[in-house]
Design a protein around this ligand. Sequence first.
Ligand SMILES: Cc1cc2nc3c(=O)[nH]c(=O)nc-3n(C[C@H](O)[C@H](O)[C@H](O)COP(=O)(O)O)c2cc1C
Length: 318
Amino acid sequence: MTLYGKIKNALKVRRSFRKEARAFLRLNRLYNASSASGKDRVKMQYLIRREAHTLEKGMSLRVPRKGFGQGKAEHLAERIGSYAARFGRDAFLESPLGTLTRYVGYTESEGGSLPGLRSFLSSYGPVPEVPAVVEVAASDIREKARGDFDSLTASRHSIRYFTTDPVPDSLIEEALVIASRTPSACNRQGWKTHLFRGERCHSLLRWQGGCRGFEDEIGTCILVTADRRAFLYYETHQPYVDGGMYAMNLVNALHYEGLGTIPLSCGFEAAKLLGLRDFGIPENEAPVLLIGVGCMEERFRVAASGRRPVSETHTVEK
Ligand SMILES: Cc1cc2nc3c(=O)[nH]c(=O)nc-3n(C[C@H](O)[C@H](O)[C@H](O)COP(=O)(O)O)c2cc1C
């Protein structure tokens, strides 16, 4: 490329980035869930759902830490209280109130006492029963994972404890072949996978930080990244779209192979993401998802993680 071509190219990239950065900053300022969420019903619902999940997740561990989650439960109660004061007790609140009730019941069954939360809940009257944790059997999951697509997706769960059996390489290799059928923009297949085992896996999980209390349960993990070199200067989000689609297929493929998985977020600030260099991940790769992989216990518990009705997430143009 000539010097003129290089300069022209650099200016084009800069202009495009500036425009995108401005649009991104505006949208992020207006819509991120961290700011002005107390006034925004939708943001509050997302935050409440998120906080309720941390309680069900805590109850689904192999051995929940004694007295876990009290601060989180109080925070959730506070948020539910603010939501109800502003928007009234609507149908949305039933599920988080149900999870909070389960949590209080669970803590009491372990000998704890939460009078403040009990009286908070009693002020809401009867709350419908919602499962926070469900017990599942590996044999059932394996059979359903080999059924049709409906049965495969219905039997996949995020699993937070495993046996100590090593994950067979052959199953991972088969899953990688299945996941390689993922569609991608212009068939570029810009995904990469990095497998870690043992102590390196534990360090990566500690860096990730979303599996506090169960890192030691996971002996194998796979980091899915997307190679930025596959994408043009204006395709700044495409690595996450292609990579995310691939990562979901890999999770389903591992499940199909009879392995347990847990998807783990890579949604962190840039400074934290730099820590991935210590794991040999080059800067041209955008981290998409870390997947914890393990062999399932015969019977185990998982967080119920109920889903929103489709009517809430889907619209049809009139
Ligand atoms: C992108 C992504 C990031 C996630 N990060 C975490 C995490 O850091 N820690 C964790 O325990 N679970 C994590 N999960 C698991 C979710 O909590 C779980 O998928 C959700 O509650 C639905 O439950 P299910 O996977 O059992 O259907 C993550 C899932 C996704 C898709």
